[in-house]
Each structure stands twice: as C-alpha cells, then as structure tokens.
Design a protein around this ligand. Sequence first.
Ligand code: NAD
Ligand code: MG
Length: 286
Amino acid sequence: MTKQPRDPPTHEEPELPGLESELDPQPDWKPLFPGSERLRDKVAIVTGADSGIGRAVAVLFAREGACVAIAYLNEGQDAERTKTEVEKEGGTAMLFAGDLGSAEHCKRLIDKTIERFGRIDVLVNNAGEQHPDEELDNITEAQLRRTFQTNVFSMFFLTQAALAHLSRGAAIINTTSVTMYEGSAGLLDYSATKGAITAFTRSLSQNLVDRGIRVNAVAPGPIWTPLNPFGGKPADEIPDFGKNTPMGRPGQPNEVAPCFLFLASDDSSYMSGQVLHPNGGVIVGS
Ligand code: NAD
Ligand code: MG
C-alpha cells in the first residue's frame, strides 16, 4: 500500500479505522432488491468502500452494472471482501489503498482508475474519520488537521483530479452527516468537517451545473459500521447507539446505500446541490 506520513491518532483511542470483519454483530450491507441496470457500463470510484456505508454502496452499484474502484486506508482484509462481493454481482473491482488526505495519492487513484477502466462516471467521496472529545481543549492541532485532511481535503483533491475525466451526466456524491445539522457536543471537529462538506456540495453543484455534472450529498444518522464502535464514540455510549432517533435504533449500511444509487443514476437527473437524510426519522433543515 502507499503509506503517507501522517500524524498519529491522539489520546488513548485505538488506531483508526477498525475492521468490519471484527464487528459484532456484523453490519447488513447486502442489497435488498434485484438490480435494474441503473448504472450499466458506468465506472464509479467509492472511497472508504472497504467497509461500512462504502461497502454497501460498492456492492449495490455493482448489482446495478457498475465497475467499482474501491479506495480505503489500510484495511486490506475488508477491502478484499468488498472486491469479492462486487465480483459476485458480476462487476469488476479495483483496490486502491492509502491516505486520501494526500493530493498526490488522490491523483494516483484517478490515474489508476482511468488506466484500468478508461472512464469515470460517478465519484463517491465517502472516506472519513471521527474522534470523540468532550472538551474543546482536548482537540490537538494534529487531530484537527488530520480530520480536515481526511474528511474535507480529500474531496477537493479527488474532485480536482477527476474533473478532466467527468463528462455530462456524471455525478459526484459526498457523505456528510446528521451531526452537521443537529450539532454534536462531543464531535466538534468532525461535525465541522461535515458542515464544510455540505457547503462544498452546494457550491460545487453551482460551479459544475453548466458542465452537466450533478453534485449531491447524503447525511446519514447513526449507522452500524466500524466507525463508531472502533473509536469514533466513547465505548460506554455504544450500547445505546442510535436509540435517540425517532426509530429508536441504528441504521444499517444497506438502508443508506440506496440514497447513493438514486443520486448516482439518472433517476435523480433533475437534482443537484441537495442532501438526502437516511437518519431514522430525525427532521432536519435541508
Ligand atoms: P467506515 O469506517 O466503515 O468507513 C470509513 C472508511 O474511510 C474506512 O473504511 C477507511 O478505509 C476510510 N478512510 C479513513 N481515513 C482515510 C484516509 N485518510 N484515506 C483513505 N481512506 C480513509 O465507516 P462508515 O460509517 O461507513 O463511514 C463512511 C462515511 O459515513 C464517513 O464519511 C462517515 O463520516 C460518514 N458517516 C457515518 C455515520 C455512521 O454513523 N456510521 C454517520 C454519518 C456519517
Ligand atoms: Mg474500513
């Protein structure tokens, strides 16, 4: 894998990210319905597709006919599983490990995807990291930089590198979060990155509308993935994860992935600059 030097995780938290293969119970990422060729012959890049929401998106896109470039940090075992599942759907997958906080690495991902598949139709900017901190003072400069680098800078770097390859009809989908809309006392830096992502989505949609490229976002609520149980939340909060939503439970990745499919396909051809909210019934602004 291409390993970039970066700041270590702060505090006592485990090295992020965690492995989906070690999560108990296992998340449900399997597509619920037969495909209908909504993404036939399309090529999608999905970042953070080794696990969680990204895996569910990659497999659903493959069911709908897409080839998928699976980008991830270093969870090789999880990424191999996603690749196998994409192939079971009849799709072709490419694996790409390394730190998307680096502009050079993002450029390499785009170059490799073009080399392998010859085109890019859908860019899903979904990789992210999250570090809980009760006190503002506990957020170190290193953590602040790292969280913005992964969650926000990667979206700029990847979009910049991909743009020359995106034609009319292409779609960009960014993963933001309900924490941006509700606020989150213990996730100050993370929720701020998600605010930046929503603003970037709206501004980029206006910037690219004349080129026929649509840009939208998905703002999940609490979803059962490695992100929260493996360091994204204090361990004592995990048993109640998702219970504060109107539905009283966390969501599963396959309850989120269809939002990405809708925004990736021509079903949403009259939508840009918008955010979908798979969040268990929490009512937020737009
Ligand atoms: P996840 O841990 O399964 O996926 C995140 C992935 O991002 C990881 O698998 C990792 O490979 C990748 N990643 C992290 N840092 C990276 C880096 N520097 N370079 C390359 N890849 C990197 O967790 P998930 O919940 O599926 O997260 C996907 C997205 O959903 C994230 O943007 C997250 O913020 C967002 N989200 C999650 C929830 C939730 O409750 N799980 C809620 C709202 C938003
Ligand atoms: Mg992972």
